[in-house]
Write a protein that binds this ligand. Structure first.
Ligand SMILES: [Zn+2]
Ligand SMILES: [Zn+2]
Length: 127
């Protein structure tokens, strides 16, 4: 859980301070690219809008509002009216762009590769 969440429209950053004292700062553009909604990310195996690598306009990366969703997520409203992305705190912490967290992600294999299931699938199957 975050202790504080602060959206700075001048600096165009979202700063989150977590219960353990860690600080996460997203710039709005990076945050917009993370939008987890079905429209941006796609669903049922179909690519989403962000998968088409669109050129984001100034409106699309301008946060005009941010709402708490229950006690597990925040939902920003963007300048183009897009507001369907619920960013869970777990994801926001997991994707923290700071050097410390980037190093942690690089050092630790993800859950998928650790299970070894896909990683050890026979290569021949792909031929
Ligand atoms: Zn979205
Ligand atoms: Zn971090």
């Amino acid at each position: 859980m975050p202790r504080t969440i602060h959206a700075d429209r001048e600096a165009r950053t979202l700063a989150i301070e977590w219960q353990d004292g860690h600080q996460t700062i997203y710039d709005f553009v990076a945050l917009r690219w993370l939008c987890p909604c079905a429209y941006c990310r796609g669903e049922a195996g179909l690519p989403g809008w962000l998968d088409s690598r669109p050129t984001l306009t100034a409106d699309q990366t301008r946060m005009v509002d941010i709402q708490l969703v229950g006690n597990y997520a925040v939902a920003p409203t963007w300048g183009d009216g897009h507001h369907t992305g619920y960013y869970t705190f777990a994801v926001l912490r997991d994707r923290c762009p700071c050097a410390e967290c980037a190093a942690r992600r690089a050092a630790q294999p993800t859950a998928d590769t650790r299970s070894g299931h896909l990683a050890h699938a026979p290569r021949e199957e792909n031929r």
